[in-house]
Design a protein. Structure first.
Length: 140
């Protein structure tokens, strides 16, 4: 099965595209669609400080963009991971894994985030341009 190893860059790209597209879609209306105040009040209703709505929305939208293009991927994926863990904890946990509004979807996104935090963007990303074409292994 070693021949499948050559597809690892494509697998990381697919994970980035999926996570980025989903997060951009979820964050867009919060940042640009006038949904920020609704998000602010929703965060407050969870017993959290309302100001946490701002980093949450930024992590979703701009973090999604960064993950999608593969720039500062580990940092952006970590921010999205925190957002997903809070969503699971404060919103979805009470509904169970597969119940209505269950935590299976944010858990899946969190798993993608963990993968990207651990492995980075891969070679098919703008990160390669930022690092001068050198992979992380070549820099260490």
């Amino acid at each position: 099965m070693r021949y499948l190893d050559r597809f690892q860059p494509v697998a990381l790209l697919i994970l980035r595209i999926v996570l980025g597209a989903v997060m951009i879609a979820h964050g867009y209306h919060k940042v640009f669609g006038g949904g920020m105040m609704a998000h602010y009040h929703a965060v407050q209703s969870l017993g959290l400080p309302g100001w946490l709505a701002f980093p949450s929305a930024l992590a979703e939208f701009f973090g999604g963009i960064l993950v999608l293009v593969g720039l500062f991927t580990r940092f952006a994926a970590a921010a999205i991971l925190i957002d997903m863990l809070v969503a699971i904890w404060k919103v979805h946990w009470k509904n169970g894994l597969v119940g209505e509004h269950g935590y299976e979807f944010p858990l899946s996104l969190a798993a993608i985030c963990v993968t990207l935090v651990c492995y980075g963007a891969g070679p098919l990303a703008l990160e390669i341009i930022r690092t001068g074409g050198r992979s992380r292994a070549a820099r260490t």
